[in-house]
Design a protein around this ligand. Structure first.
Ligand SMILES: NC(=O)C1=CN([C@@H]2O[C@H](COP(=O)(O)OP(=O)(O)OC[C@H]3O[C@@H](n4cnc5c(N)ncnc54)[C@H](OP(=O)(O)O)[C@@H]3O)[C@@H](O)[C@H]2O)C=CC1
Ligand SMILES: O=C([O-])CC(=O)C(=O)O
Length: 252
């Protein structure tokens, strides 16, 4: 059974801990002690607020479900300790200098940084962009205003530009845009909309290239404890973990 350390005891951490069947959550870490303790009790793990103590536990992989800042603070230590890391806050890798450094550390340590598909679909075959660059790569995301901690009385575009700028302004809402760019090999264009009528977090992906064109629309149910995060994101991590040791690999 794969033993994991969970970095982040919020909404996604809870879903992982309560659905962990083929994995064992050995230790959990959060900056807020009560959160770590509550989650640890749920999955019979040990709670930590001290990162170095957390890292002394016996697990082979760290699942990050915390924040872009947490990736910047801890991912290198995880890799240098000889563990792989799954990053849900993929937005941290929008910074090319940090990304190159972290990938270099992973290479040196012989470890892997895994980016789950999270709240979107299509990352697998979008990697064709690394062979044949797309002429268009656009993500149009629409969320209820409450997801972004704001109010609005009508549908409004609140950001239009490149993914690496959008994630700086909305680090809890648009990690998917950075994941798209990492797969396709170029920064994605992003439109971020709020809509008071929206009940779901909707991601529309438009791609064009010499292969033809793609349109994907994902209408995600928000998570129970954090409406900004789609429930699918947690399912995506659980699925990645379930398949880690499967010799049959499906998808590019
Ligand atoms: N790639 C994708 O498709 C998706 C990515 N995400 C990202 O996944 C992450 C987790 O989402 P979710 O569980 O809903 O978020 P939550 O805010 O519900 O939970 C995150 C938890 O991690 C804690 N945390 C944040 N920073 C640190 C840190 N530096 N060290 C230790 N603990 C920390 C938070 O504490 P506090 O509340 O005090 O900050 C909180 O308890 C977020 O970054 C989110 O943006 C979400 C959906 C899709
Ligand atoms: O969960 C979602 O729909 C997307 C999200 O928050 C993110 O990418 O950060």
């Amino acid at each position: 059974m794969i033993k994991i350390g969970l970095l982040g005891c919020g909404n996604v951490g809870h879903i992982i801990a309560t659905h962990a069947e083929s994995i064992q959550v050995v230790a959990v870490f959060d900056i807020i002690p009560e959160r770590a303790e509550r989650l640890a009790a749920l999955c019979h793990a040990r709670p930590y607020t001290d990162f170095d103590a957390f890292m002394r536990e016996d697990f082979s992989i760290v699942v990050e479900a915390a924040s872009v800042d947490a990736v910047r603070n801890y991912a290198e230590k995880v890799l240098r300790s000889g563990r792989d890391i799954i990053l849900l806050s993929s937005g941290a890798l929008a910074d090319a200098e940090f990304r190159d450094h972290l990938v270099g550390v992973a290479r040196e340590a012989g470890r892997k940084i895994r980016i789950p598909s999270g709240a979107i679909l299509g990352l697998d075959n979008l990697k064709i962009g690394q062979v044949s660059p797309p002429t268009k790569l656009l993500l149009r995301t629409t969320k209820p205003p409450s997801s972004l901690g704001m109010s609005a009385t009508r549908r409004m575009e609140i950001f239009k530009g490149l993914a690496h700028d959008c994630i700086r302004q909305y680090p809890k809402n648009i990690n998917v845009a950075v994941a798209l760019g990492l797969a396709a090999g170029r920064d994605a264009d992003v439109e971020l909309w709020v809509d008071p009528e929206a009940e779901r977090n909707t991601h529309e992906i438009f791609v064009e290239g010499d292969f033809g064109d793609i349109y994907v629309r994902v209408r995600n149910v928000p998570s129970p404890d954090n409406p900004a995060t789609s429930y699918m994101a947690a399912l995506s991590i659980l699925t990645l973990l379930k398949n880690l040791e499967n010799p049959l690999v499906v998808g590019t």
